[in-house]
Design a protein around this ligand. Structure first.
Ligand SMILES: [Zn+2]
Length: 173
């Protein structure tokens, strides 16, 4: 990983204005690129690079997995790689038909990426749009899981991460 030094961001880090203003409800107009129904696009006021933008859901949620399907699609219309670093470090790929998610089961959140992930969740978006039935580890979905795993690794490498090891979920009866 190459660290990018962006000293102009220090101004924000040292004294972020505590004016109670919500950047999603009342964004600075000159920074607002697009306001959609489910998501908005903001220029970063203290960017890492020129044209650094943030796509955020309009609704106030704390985690990616709290988004509705429509919100997730509006927020990530063309990208299917999801990098999770909240309560755990995880990675997921979401296609029209499948969600496949891997996680670092050591529980460490102090890392930007893990070397090893374990299969964590897999959902059939057509049959189970509410993601109620976790198919990770089910024998009959092994071939599909392998396919999604290969696609996820490709996306991760394309995003600049080393190719991780992904441990197969244990089989449930
Ligand atoms: Zn708000």
């Amino acid at each position: 990983m190459e660290r990018l030094w962006a000293p102009w961001r220090l101004e924000y880090i040292e004294r972020a204005p505590d004016d109670g203003r919500c950047i999603f409800c009342s964004p600075e107009e000159e920074l607002l690129v697009h306001r959609g129904e489910a998501a908005l696009v903001l220029l970063n006021k203290f960017p890492y690079a020129s044209a650094h933008v943030m796509v955020a859901p309009v609704r106030h949620v704390g985690r990616y997995d709290e988004l509705t399907d429509a919100e997730a699609r509006a927020t990530w219309p063309n990208r299917h790689l999801i990098q999770i670093s909240e309560s755990m470090t995880g990675r997921a790929i979401r296609t029209q038909d499948w969600t496949y998610c891997v996680a670092d089961t050591s529980g460490s959140t102090k890392q930007s990426a893990a070397k090893t992930y374990t299969e964590y969740q897999m959902y059939d978006q057509r049959a189970d749009p509410n993601e109620l039935v976790n198919l990770a580890g089910r024998k009959e979905y092994r071939a599909k899981a392998d396919e999604l795993q290969a696609q996820l690794k490709k996306l991760l490498v394309a995003a600049g991460e080393p190719e991780p090891e992904i441990v197969t979920a244990k089989l449930y009866p």
